[in-house]
Design a protein around this ligand. Structure first.
Ligand code: BGC
Length: 756
C-alpha cells in the first residue's frame, strides 16, 4: 500500500482552501470597516503585545485594557486563560468605538496541550499526513482555549546543527520542507478558517533565518539571490500556496538588510510575485532591533523602515504605536499604504469569523484537551519519528533490537527518558504522560525495571556514575538515555560543541565497559556528534524529543510492536567542524566523491581536494537515512524516457508529467516494514551549478517480508527546472541523473538528457 506520495508540488492545497484571504468577497466588508476608522485606530490594529511583557525601545505600555478601549491594540499573545481572553475581548467588543475583535496568538509549535514530537521529529516521519493531523489536533485544542493564531510552522531551512532552532523545522531540504510547510498550514487552517477547530497559521521566519553564520542564533546571513530562491524561499512559497494567512518577518539581516526592513523579500517576492494578501507580523521586537542592526538611528526611523518594507504588524516593540501615525501624517508613508496593512489584518480577522464569534466558551475549553484519539495520534507520530541509527549484530551475532519478550531485567540509565524528554510549553505533569521507565515497567513488570540517573544532563558525581554502573551490572540489558535537555535546542540555544553535554560521555563509557548489552537512545533537538558511541554501541536510536507519548512509543519500538521507519531530514555530522553540512551541496571543482579519505592525506593527489586533512567529508549518517528491523533491496531505477526537451518542459512547468521513474523495492528481511523511498535528481551542464543530488519525490511503502513493490514516481516539469543565472525559474539543457534510493548517498542513477 502506498501511504503517502509527494511528488513536486502535489502537496499543495486545493484552491478552495487557500481562499480564506484570497476570497475577495471579504473585501467589501474590510473596506467598510476601514472607512469608519481614524488614523489612530488604524495604527492601533497594527500593534501587538505579549501579555504583561513590555519590551523594546518603544513605550512598552502594559495598560492593555485602556489601550483596547481606545482602539490601540490589534492583537495580544501569550494570554492562555480563556477567562482572560474573554475579559480582553469583551472590552474590545463592548467598550471600544469600533468593536473590532482582538486576535489572540500563541506559539503553538508541536501541539497545544497534547504534545507531539518536536517538528524535526515530525519531519523525520516523512509523512505529511501525520503532520497535518497533528497540527489539526493542535488547532482544535488551541481554538477551544480561545487562541486563533499560531506562530507556526517554522519553515526555515536548517543546514547547520549548531543552530538550535533546527529542532523547530523540517530540516535541510526545500522539497521536503515545502511538503511539510503545506501540511502544517492545512492542518491548522482546515478547510474553513472560521470553523471552530481552525486557527490561522504563520509561516516563519521570513527569510533566511536558518542560515545564521556559525549557527549562532540571530546572526547575520549572506545568501545569494539564487540560493535564496532555490533553497530558502520554497517552503514559504508552499505555505502561501497552501493558504497561510500570515507570515512572520525574521530577526536576521540578509545580505546586510534586516529581514524586517527588506522590501525585496517582503514586497517584491511575497506580494508581487506570490500575490500574498495576508498579514506580515514582525518577530519579537524585530522592529526595535533595526536600531542595533544599524539601519535605523532611532525608533521613528525603525518604524518607518519596517512599515515601508512591508511589515504590517509590530510585535511588542511599541514603535508603531509611538511613531506610525506621525510617519503617515508627515507623508513618509501614505494613507493608502496604511489602509493596505490594516486590510491584511482585517481580512484575517474576518476570515476567522472573529466578528461573529469573538468569545470562547470557557466551560468547553478543557473538553478539547488530551482526547484519547489525540494522545493516540501523538504516540503514532512519535513511533514514526524515531530513527534507528544502527542495530549491528552484537556479541551473539544477532542485533539487539527488537527485544525478545522473555523476562529480562532492565536498567534504564541516564538523565533523559523521564519528564525531561518533554520539551517545554506544557505545564509540568500535565496530561496523560507515561515516561519510558514507567511504560517499560508496565510491559515487563515493576520488578524487572530499575532506574538510575547516572548523571544529570550537565552535571553529575562520581558516586552517581558508580551507582549506575552497579545497576547495569545487575541487569540483563541497559537502556541508556542520553542527550540534550529540551532547552538546549530551540531559540537562543546554539551550540559550539555538538557532543554529549556534561559528564554523559563518561557515563556512556563506564556503562559500555560493563560489557552488558546496551541500547542507546538519544534525545535531542539536533544530531549529536558521538562517534565513540557509534563505534562502541551497536544499537542506537535517535528519539528527538518525542512528546507526550514518549514512553509507550519507545517501549513499543524496543519490543518490535512497531518497526522503525523514520529517516533523517538533516545530515548527521561526524564532527562540528563539518558544519554547515547538507547533502544537496555543490560538487566543487575538486570533489572527493566516494573516496575514503585517509588522515593525513596519503599523497599529493589525495591532498589538493575540497576536504579536511583530519576528517571525512561524508556525514556520519546521510540525509534520508534510517534503519529498520527488516532490510530492503532496491532494483535499478528505470525511467520512461532518455530525452527531454527544455522547450517542452518550459511550456508549462507546473502541469502534466515530464518523466516517470520506477524501481522495485524488496523486503529482504523477515518482518513487515514501511520504507520511505526517495527520488533524487542531479543536473549537469546548467548555467548555475546544481547540487550533487536534489530530492524531488518520496513515498512511504508498506512491504511484507519477501514482497517486492514497484514504486513509481511521476515527475512534473518543474522537477527539472532551476533558478538560472538570470534568476528565472526554467529548465535548461543538461545531463540528468535520476536515483530511486533509500537515502541521499546510495543507489546508482538512471541517465537522461535535456535537449533544447
Ligand atoms: C521567536 C518567534 C516567536 C516569537 C513569539 C520570538 O522570539 O523568534 O519564533 O514566534 O518570539 O513568541
Amino acid at each position: 500500500m502506498v501511504m503517502s506520495v509527494a511528488v513536486a508540488a502535489q502537496e499543495r492545497a486545493p484552491k478552495g482552501q487557500a481562499s480564506a484571504i484570497a476570497d475577495t468577497s471579504l473585501d467589501a466588508r474590510v473596506d467598510s470597516i476601514l472607512r469608519g476608522m481614524t488614523l489612530e485606530e488604524k495604527v492601533g490594529q497594527l500593534v501587538q503585545y505579549s501579555a504583561g511583557q513590555p519590551t523594546g525601545p518603544g513605550t512598552g505600555r502594559t495598560d492593555y485594557e485602556d489601550m483596547i478601549v481606545h482602539g490601540q491594540i490589534g492583537s495580544l499573545f501569550n494570554v492562555v486563560d480563556p477567562h482572560e481572553i474573554n475579559k480582553y475581548q469583551r472590552i474590545a467588543m463592548e467598550k471600544s468605538r469600533l468593536h473590532i475583535p482582538i486576535l489572540f496568538g500563541l506559539d503553538v509549535i508541536h501541539g497545544f496541550k497534547t504534545e507531539f514530537p518536536i517538528p524535526l521529529g515530525l519531519a523525520s516521519t516523512w509523512d505529511p499526513s501525520i503532520v497535518e493531523k497533528a497540527s489539526h489536533v493542535a488547532a482544535m485544542e488551541a481554538a477551544a482555549d480561545g487562541i486563533r493564531w499560531t506562530f507556526s510552522p517554522m519553515v526555515d531551512i536548517a543546514r547547520d546543527a549548531r543552530w538550535g532552532r533546527m529542532a523547530e523545522g523540517a530540516g535541510e531540504d526545500p522539497f521536503l520542507g515545502s511538503a511539510m510547510a503545506a501540511a502544517y498550514v492545512r492542518g491548522y487552517q482546515g478547510t474553513r478558517l472560521d470553523a471552530p477547530d481552525s486557527i490561522a497559521s504563520c509561516a516563519k521566519h521570513y527569510v533566511g533565518y536558518g542560515a545564521a553564520e556559525g549557527g549562532r542564533d540571530y546572526n547575520s546571513t549572506e545568501i545569494s539571490e539564487h540560493t535564496l530562491r532555490q533553497y530558502y524561499l520554497p517552503p514559504f512559497h508552499a505555505a502561501v500556496e497552501a493558504g497561510t494567512v500570515s507570515l512572520m518577518s525574521a530577526f536576521n539581516s540578509l545580505n546586510g538588510v534586516p529581514s524586517t526592513a527588506n522590501p525585496f523579500t517582503l514586497k517584491q517576492v511575497l506580494r508581487k510575485e506570490w500575490g500574498f494578501r495576508g498579514l506580515v507580523v514582525s518577530d519579537w521586537n524585530a522592529v526595535g532591533e533595526l536600531i542595533p542592526h544599524g539601519v535605523a538611528a532611532d525608533g521613528a526611523t525603525a518604524a518607518r523602515k519596517a512599515f515601508l518594507a512591508g511589515v504590517d504588524m509590530d510585535m511588542v516593540s511599541s514603535l508603531y504605536h509611538d511613531h506610525l501615525g506621525q510617519v503617515v501624517k508627515s507623508g513618509q508613508a501614505t494613507q493608502s499604504e496604511l489602509d493596505e496593512a490594516v486590510r491584511h489584518l482585517l481580512r484575517v480577522k474576518l476570515a476567522l469569523g472573529l466578528f461573529e464569534h469573538p468569545f470562547v466558551d470557557e466551560g468547553a475549553a478543557a473538553k478539547a484537551l488530551y482526547r484519547p484519539e489525540s494522545t493516540a495520534l501523538a504516540q503514532t507520530a512519535a513511533e514514526k519519528s524515531f530513527v534507528l541509527l544502527q542495530n549491528r549484530s552484537g556479541a551473539g551475532g544477532k542485533a539487539l533490537l527488537p527485544l525478545a519478550s522473555r523476562a529480562q531485567n532492565f536498567a534504564v540509565i541516564g538523565p533523559l527518558g523521564d519528564d525531561s524528554s518533554y520539551p517545554g510549553g506544557v505545564p509540568e505533569g500535565a496530561g496523560p504522560r507515561v515516561s519510558l521507565p514507567a511504560a517499560l515497567a508496565q510491559r515487563v513488570g515493576e520488578d524487572h525495571v530499575s532506574r538510575f540517573k547516572g548523571v544529570g544532563i550537565l552535571d553529575g558525581t562520581d558516586e552517581e556514575i558508580a551507582a549506575a554502573v552497579a545497576g547495569a551490572q545487575k541487569a540483563d540489558l541497559v537502556i541508556l538515555t542520553l542527550g540534550e535537555s529540551p532547552d538546549m535546542s530551540g531559540e537562543a540555544a546554539s551550540r559550539a560543541h555538538l557532543g554529549l553535554p556534561g559528564r554523559q560521555q563518561e557515563l556512556l563509557e563506564a556503562i559500555v565497559k560493563t560489557g552488558k548489552p546496551v541500547v542507546l537512545i538519544l534525545f535531542s533537538g539536533r544530531p549529536l556528534t558521538v562517534p565513540w558511541a557509534f563505534e562502541h554501541v551497536p544499537t542506537v536510536i535517535e528519539a528527538w524529543l518525542p512528546g507526550i507519548a514518549a514512553g509507550p512509543a519507545l517501549t513499543r519500538t524496543l519490543f518490535g510492536d512497531v518497526n522503525p521507519s523514520g529517516k533523517l531530514v538533516v545530515s548527521w555530522p561526524r564532527s562540528v567542524g563539518q558544519e554547515p553540512l547538507y547533502y544537496n551541496a555543490l560538487n566543487t571543482g575538486r570533489p572527493t566523491g566516494d573516496m575514503d579519505l585517509t588522515h593525513p592525506p596519503s599523497d599529493i593527489s589525495a591532498r589538493y581536494l575540497s576536504r579536511y586533512i583530519d576528517e571525512q567529508n561524508i556525514p556520519q549518517f546521510p540525509f534520508g537515512y534510517g534503519g529498520s528491523y527488516t532490510s530492503y533491496s532496491y532494483g535499478a531505477t528505470k525511467i520512461s524516457m532518455q530525452r527531454l526537451s527544455a522547450a517542452t518542459l518550459n511550456k508549462d512547468l507546473h502541469a502534466g508529467t515530464a518523466l516517470t521513474a520506477e524501481a522495485d523495492v524488496t523486503n529482504t528481511g523477515s518482518r513487515s516494514g514501511e520504507e520511505v523511498v526517495q527520488l533524487y535528481i542531479e543536473l549537469q551542464g546548467t548555467s548555475v551549478a546544481e547540487p550533487v543530488r536534489a530530492l524531488k519525490g518520496f513515498q512511504t511503502v508498506a512491504i511484507a517480508p519477501g514482497e517486492t513493490r514497484k514504486v513509481k514516481f511521476e515527475l512534473k516539469p518543474e522537477a527539472f527546472a532551476i533558478w538560472n543565472d538570470r534568476n528565472q525559474f526554467a529548465a535548461e539543457t543538461a545531463k540528468v541523473n535520476v536515483w530511486i534510493s533509500p537515502d541521499s548517498a546510495h543507489g546508482s542513477p538512471a541517465q537522461a538528457e535535456i535537449l533544447p
